[in-house]
Ligand binder design. Structure first.
Ligand code: ACO
Length: 312
């Protein structure tokens, strides 16, 4: 084990999902597609759409959900990292809006990061590293997206895949060796527009699919090796929720039973940086999670990919 692994205490997690639903039947009316095609190729049944709500509104509600879950003293939070590709505006950062909406007027360091769908796993590593300096008491990491505002609803290749939502996590520094966290994050710069957002999301679905399977498998193997843990030591794998078939392929290639992957993409679709923290929050809803070990694994545009093992 490397000596410099960060130790963090996972305090809470929360989520917010906007009410309005987009069903496969709704999409059948917009583009030439079918419920059957979408279900068999992706596993997605519905996705949610933010109406008159900004990314910062959803992020604020997810943060509040995490705070209220454990009656947390929000005034302890002095670091906010928001992962998003659909921030409210160029500047101020969406995290600054969240800080204001939470009413945090004390000294807080607050900024956004963009690592596409891997953004939350990146943000978690950045926050954990900053907490090791002991200059911060508590970090709020949020993944939040309003992807429906960058979807071309005449493009059947993309419009069936994505939805809106936000998820949040609160962590504190720790000295307990049981709280050792492991991270692996990487990027492979792509100049070929394989997965890109100029005005709308555009992608070469097949290339992204192939990249995703290899990247997720590699990230799982790497983090298990680095932590000297076996898959049997992990209670739940929480993958980026892009496509059920991608996760099934990863299950097959790694030999990890599909039951060990927590899935909710049939309800939410791909919510990019929000998908992993939304799923963590739903894992927290099970109430018996104290002491469990989770393995997070994501991939996204850039390309970016990464994994993490946390003790709850
Ligand atoms: N309904 C019906 N037909 C469709 C649809 C649709 N919604 N979308 C595409 N098709 C058609 C295509 O036009 C193409 O038709 P053609 O062969 O006549 O040209 C055909 O279906 C493509 O079929 P396949 O190549 O067999 O489709 P595939 O099995 O690759 O599934 C999919 C496509 C679902 C997009 C898959 O490639 C995929 O999931 N890729 C990964 C996408 C992803 O995860 N992106 C998010 C990355 S995360 C981030 O950072 C945003």
């Amino acid at each position: 084990m490397k000596q410099n692994q960060p130790k963090i205490k996972v305090i809470s997690s929360g989520k917010y999902i906007p009410e309005t639903l987009i069903t496969n039947e709704d999409l059948e009316k917009l583009v030439e597609t079918s419920n059957e095609w979408i279900m068999t190729r992706t596993g997605i049944q519905t996705r949610h759409k933010a109406v008159n709500e900004l990314t910062s509104d959803m992020a604020y509600k997810a943060a509040l959900n995490a705070i209220e879950r454990v009656n947390y003293d929000k005034n302890k939070i002095d670091l906010i990292i928001m992962a998003t590709i659909t921030g409210d505006q160029m500047t101020p950062s969406t995290s600054n809006f969240v800080q204001a909406k939470l009413g945090l007027e004390h000294h807080v360091m607050s900024f956004d990061i963009n690592a596409a769908c891997t953004g939350f796993v990146y943000g978690l590593e950045v926050a954990s590293a900053l907490l090791q300096t002991k200059r911060f008491r508590s970090a709020l990491i949020i993944g939040g997206e309003t992807l429906t505002k960058i979807i071309d609803y005449t493009d059947r290749n993309t419009c069936v895949l994505f939805g809106d939502g936000a998820g949040a996590m609160i962590i504190e520094p720790s000295d307990d060796p049981h709280d050792t966290a492991y991270f692996f994050n990487a990027a492979k710069g792509d100049l070929n527009d394989t997965l890109t957002v100029k005005k709308f999301i555009q992608m070469d679905g097949k290339k992204v699919y192939q990249f995703a399977v290899g990247a997720m498998e590699g990230a799982i193997v790497k983090i298990l090796n680095e932590s000297h843990l076996k898959i049997e030591d992990i209670d739940m794998v929480i993958p980026h929720q892009a496509n059920e078939r991608i996760i099934q392929s990863v299950s097959k290639s790694t030999g990890i039973p599909i039951e060990k992957f927590m899935l909710n993409l049939s309800e939410y679709g791909n919510t990019s940086a929000a998908s992993i923290p939304i799923t963590i929050s739903e894992y927290f809803d099970r109430k018996d999670v104290k002491g469990k070990k989770i393995l997070l694994v994501g991939f996204g545009g850039g390309f970016t990919w990464g994994s993490s093992i946390l003790q709850l």
